[in-house]
Design a protein around this ligand. Structure first.
Ligand code: GDP
Ligand code: MN
Length: 382
């Protein structure tokens, strides 16, 4: 889950990292009012969850109310890299002499968090990472101990940050690491951390991405989630239904109970020359309603051309599943996409009898079921 810049900045500011004065606005009038209040010059910044807004025209610096209104009118409502801009952050512009980069992420190779510092911050940091990787200093952190002050100082000095601000930058870096850890972030980044002529450091941008699997213990952050922008509609639906769901690029919809079983089905679809459209695990003990919801999910994916159900009854009973499939499909005058079902385990025979063969294709083995669903999908494709 990505936070907006204004949200990440709030989290940073609450932890004591200096940020410019700012106000969120959704209308041109609101922008001018906020800008008048803050005092010119101000930066007007599109709040969309994507990097590189500056280069894409989503950030403007303005010197008076008239310019502020013009900028607001051009940025509000614009389409920025496919995302609709419905709010902007109005922020006191910083007069800077240097732009630094600070970032924390997980280094999977090392199995440790890594803090990164560069004096080549600003809009071209990706290019720096590619062309001049040595310009970014890395310091690994043992999560059991957190980031020691000496580690932060070492990284900052090695990166070549001016002595006058090194202590402050090191302190911001430690705070950033602590925020990364405390908030279950996958990334925390300040780019740029601006250095002013009188040696102040100010976070002019803020990025924080949160590990979705940790959201259950981050209730404050969940409240910040913006479900209106950027999120995949189907993934939002899956959240609502409580499914483990991943959208993939193929056209064979897959529903199963248990992650291993679904993975196996995915592999088999691939094995028989098909392409999975999704991973969807309805979980154990799936009752009729959950089955109907799962079907609703795959049917509303326009890429899906056929559906294969792979259910192994343990806690989940075959007859319950069969009822769910029937009741979900009976709602349609015409079944939107062909559905193939394979039932095994608890009450599979009862389930097979209950299933309405006018609505679904029944196969006894998993191999046959998968092959049939791949054929159906290929027929649609042809
Ligand atoms: P991003 O392009 O989405 O990463 O957005 P940033 O917030 O990093 O802004 C991009 C660039 O705009 C910065 O590197 C600065 O050069 C410039 N910028 C942003 N805010 C200010 C500001 O308050 N004052 C000045 N002078 N420039 C700014
Ligand atoms: Mn930035």
């Amino acid at each position: 889950m990505k936070l907006h810049e204004y949200q990440a900045k709030q989290v940073f500011a609450d932890a004591g990292i200096p940020t410019p004065p700012s106000t969120l606005a959704k209308t041109a009038d609101g922008v001018v009012e906020a800008a008048d209040e803050i005092g010119y010059p101000v930066a007007i910044k599109a709040q969309v969850q994507v990097g590189g807004r500056g280069k894409a025209g989503g950030i403007e610096l303005v010197d008076d109310a008239e310019e502020a209104r013009e900028a607001a009118e051009s940025i509000l409502g614009m389409d920025l890299k496919g995302l609709h801009v419905d709010s902007v952050l109005v922020e006191g512009a910083v007069d800077f002499v240097n732009e630094l980069y600070l970032g924390i992420t997980m280094d999977r190779g090392e199995g440790k968090p890594v803090a990164m510092v560069s004096t080549k911050g600003g809009v071209d940091i990706e290019q720096v990472a590619e062309e001049d990787p040595d310009a970014i200093v890395r310091e690994h952190v043992d999560p059991a101990f957190g980031m020691f002050p000496y580690q932060a100082r070492r990284a900052v000095f090695e990166a070549g940050v001016d002595r006058e601000v090194a202590t402050d930058v090191a302190s911001v870096l430690r705070t950033l690491y602590q925020l990364w850890a405390d908030n279950d972030a996958t990334e925390a980044e300040i780019n740029p951390l601006m250095v002013t002529a009188d040696d102040e450091v100010i976070a002019a941008d803020a990025v924080m991405n949160i590990d979705e699997d940790a959201l259950f213990r981050q209730p404050d952050l969940v409240e910040m989630e913006d479900t209106s922008a950027g999120g995949d509609e189907l993934e939002a639906k899956a959240d609502e239904y409580g499914f483990d769901y991943v959208r993939l690029s193929g056209n064979v919809g897959i529903i199963g109970n248990g992650a291993g079983l679904v993975m196996t089905t995915l592999d088999l679809v691939d094995h028989y020359g098909g392409e999975p459209a999704n991973f969807l695990d309805v979980g154990g003990g799936a009752k009729a309603e959950r089955i109907a919801n799962a079907l609703d999910m795959v049917f509303s994916d326009e890429n899906v051309d056929s559906v294969v159900f792979n259910i192994f009854g343990g806690i989940t009973r075959g007859d319950e599943v069969a009822k769910g499939i029937n009741s979900a499909l009976e709602q349609f005058d015409e079944i939107p996409k062909p559905v193939v079902v394979r039932l095994a385990g608890t009450n599979w025979e009862e389930g097979m009898e209950i299933l309405n063969e006018d609505l679904v294709t029944i196969e006894k083995t998993l191999e046959d079921a998968v092959q049939r669903s791949v054929e159906y999908a290929q027929e649609v494709d042809a």
